[in-house]
Design a protein around this ligand. Structure first.
Ligand SMILES: [Zn+2]
Length: 424
């Protein structure tokens, strides 16, 4: 058995070291400037599933998911009150994350809690002449890094300009530390004056503080490859650290349904999506697409996911049938090969073996689909009366009772040994 994951850096699937690993995994979390939309949930969901699968495969896994609570976007969203906004949005993000029922990441570091470590990291970069201070800012010297651009596939001499500032030595240089501006209500003291860290250095430091200078997997959305991850990688490499071995970038979620955007707004927040569709349907929905591919969020794709979730529930309402030989091995092979959840899902849909299906659903936090709900007493009594009416030949009364049961949200189905009650 070996587990492979596609690496953006080498542009091919690569094998993880054998179990027990460890597999140390850092997945970029949200910038807390506004309530997260459902697309922001995808990296977390994938990370939690991968952790779950790797543990089943005998690995020791550490999953770090950061909260970016110091960032230009937060100052812009709440001038003079960015700290309060960041705190409120962080609380929402944690609530939404918990609601998926996949367990929380092992560590949820906040940038604001690691500023001394960040300052120390920047000081080392200056010592190594990979960074320079100008007017209260500190910039990374891109020209020093011959490998800059490799992750995002750009030639080092043709990299796009970032953060324009005429005081920079080179337009490609990016900020490690930014001097405090009048409308920014949070700041920290540093050797370069009052200010706060840049976005990219926050992640380099949070990852290394919790996982060490080399670790197995760095994840995040495909939109983070440049400049965010290119810069993180350059910063850590400049200090001679290997940093991430496999860069795993998930495809973007696209809102493609005009009808839905009219009723719910241009982007659907995670809490609204959970309220509208429920945890189980959303998780099945995420399973339907390969993690590296884009995924469309529309009424159609969500209804299809709801129907799939229902078909799993239906399996548990019916008598089990033994699974074909090597069923679990086929399921496992799909996940081991670049975590192919659509293939794994297709295998699961063939199964009528309750035990096996429950085990597979549990990998994705979906064992709840196997819990067939018990009908309340009052509904059972109606069903019993209907049963007696039927045996007595009073079919009009049986039909009337069926309608009465229907109205309670349950459906009565005839079975060889009597009847079964199923939640509609
Ligand atoms: Zn990051």
């Amino acid at each position: 058995m070996s587990i492979r994951l596609y690496n953006t850096l080498s542009r091919r699937p690569e094998e993880l070291p054998g179990p027990p690993g460890p597999v140390r995994m850092y997945i970029c979390g949200p910038t807390v400037n506004a309530r997260a939309h459902i697309g922001n949930a995808r990296p977390f969901v994938l990370g939690a599933w991968l952790r779950s699968w790797l543990r089943i495969r005998g690995y020791e896994v550490v999953f770090v998911h950061n909260i970016t609570d110091i960032n230009d976007k937060i100052y812009e969203a709440a001038p003079g009150a960015s700290a309060e906004l960041a705190e409120r949005v962080t609380k929402w993000y944690l609530e939404d994350t918990r609601a998926f029922g996949l367990g929380m990441p092992d560590h949820l570091p906040k940038a604001s809690e690691m500023v001394p470590q960040i300052v120390h990291f920047i000081e080392q970069l200056i010592e190594h002449e990979y960074a320079y201070a100008v007017d209260g800012d500190v910039y990374f010297r891109v020209a020093c890094d011959p490998d800059y651009g490799r992750l995002s596939g750009q030639r080092p001499d043709h990299v796009e300009e970032q953060e324009p500032n005429p005081l920079k030595e080179d337009p490609r240089d990016f900020a490690l530390w930014k001097a405090n501006k009048p409308e920014e209500d949070t700041w920290w003291d540093s050797p370069w004056g009052r200010g706060r860290p840049g976005w990219h250095i926050e992640c380099s430091v949070m990852a290394e503080e919790l996982l060490g200078p080399a670790f197995e997997i760095h994840g995040g959305g495909l939109d983070l490859v440049f400049p965010h991850h290119e810069n993180e990688f350059a910063q850590s490499r400049a200090l001679g650290h290997e940093f991430a071995r496999i860069w795993a970038h998930n495809g973007i979620l696209r809102f493609t349904d005009e009808k839905m955007s009219k009723s719910l707004g241009n982007v659907v927040t995670t809490d609204l999506a959970l309220e509208e569709w429920g945890r189980e349907t959303l998780l099945v929905y995420f399973l339907t697409a390969h993690w590296r591919k884009p995924i469309d969020f529309s009424t159609e794709t969500l209804e299809a996911a709801a129907a799939r979730a229902d078909s799993f529930r239906e399996v548990f309402r019916n008598p089990p049938e033994p699974a074909p030989a090597a069923a679990w091995e086929r399921f496992a092979a799909a996940l081991d090969d670049d975590f192919n959840t659509p293939d794994a899902l297709a295998v699961m849909h063939e199964w009528r073996d309750h035990e096996l299906l429950r085990r597979a659903l549990d990998v994705f936090g979906l064992a709840s689909l196997a819990e067939s709900e018990e009908a309340p007493d009052q509904v059972v009594q109606l069903a019993e009366r209907r049963q007696r009416a039927r045996s007595g030949g009073d079919f009009d009364e049986a039909d009337r009772l069926r309608a009465e049961i229907d109205a309670t949200g349950w459906e009565v189905r005839d079975a060889p040994d009597g009847y079964r009650l199923v939640r509609k």
